[in-house]
Write a protein that binds this ligand. Structure first.
Ligand SMILES: CC(C)(COP(=O)(O)OP(=O)(O)OC[C@H]1O[C@@H](n2cnc3c(N)ncnc32)[C@H](O)[C@@H]1OP(=O)(O)O)[C@@H](O)C(=O)NCCC(=O)NCCS
Length: 148
């Protein structure tokens, strides 16, 4: 398996990996449309404010992460279900965190569902702290301080 920077050409595969997630699931068409997330829009973000990293197995993307360099947000993370539990999510998180900290952010943030999940457990293991339950009650805001 190899880790490399994401390019706009990877965006369609990124959608498939995200749609396959069992927890924090995201219906492919209706959900993404509702959030205004499109292939063209995501590709444009990668050309400007955002950076992503993918993990490939034999040329197929099995996991990815994207951070927003303009806000310090760890924006999206997903690993194909059959590949979970092998350390891919942790490695992707480290790549994105390192990049965001290199953009001079001293504190990173993300939002995630309040239900216990692999993602919540991973973020906590990596040192992220819950700082707020968002108004509708379904999501936490979490933050990570830059290591000294
Ligand atoms: C969250 C996700 C990216 C993790 O990917 P992964 O490749 O399975 O993660 P890793 O194998 O690196 O495991 C991460 C750590 O979490 C731990 N972990 C996983 N599930 C756990 C659980 N239920 N309880 C406690 N720890 C757990 C693992 O033991 C591992 O810790 P370790 O590295 O100290 O052993 C993946 O499960 C996923 O895509 N989930 C669906 C999409 C999603 O929820 N995205 C985030 C939206 S906010």
């Amino acid at each position: 398996m190899i880790f490399r920077e994401m390019t706009p050409a990877d965006v369609p595969q990124m959608f498939l990996v995200r749609a396959a997630a069992k927890e924090n699931s995201m219906p492919l068409i209706s959900g993404l449309k509702f959030l205004g997330i499109t292939v063209a829009g995501e590709s444009q973000k990668l050309r400007t404010t955002h950076k992503g990293f993918v993990c490939e197995d034999d040329g197929v993307i099995i996991g990815f992460v994207v951070g927003d360099g303009s806000t310090g947000e760890l924006w999206v993370l997903s690993v194909w279900p059959e590949y979970e539990g092998k350390g891919t999510g942790r490695q992707l998180m480290r790549l994105a965190q390192d990049w965001l900290f290199s953009k001079s952010w001293d504190k990173l943030w993300l939002t995630t569902g309040v239900k216990p999940s692999r993602a919540l457990a991973l973020y906590q293991k990596l040192g992220w702290k819950i700082t707020e339950t968002l108004p509708h009650g379904g999501s936490y805001r979490m933050e990570l301080d830059k290591p000294l």
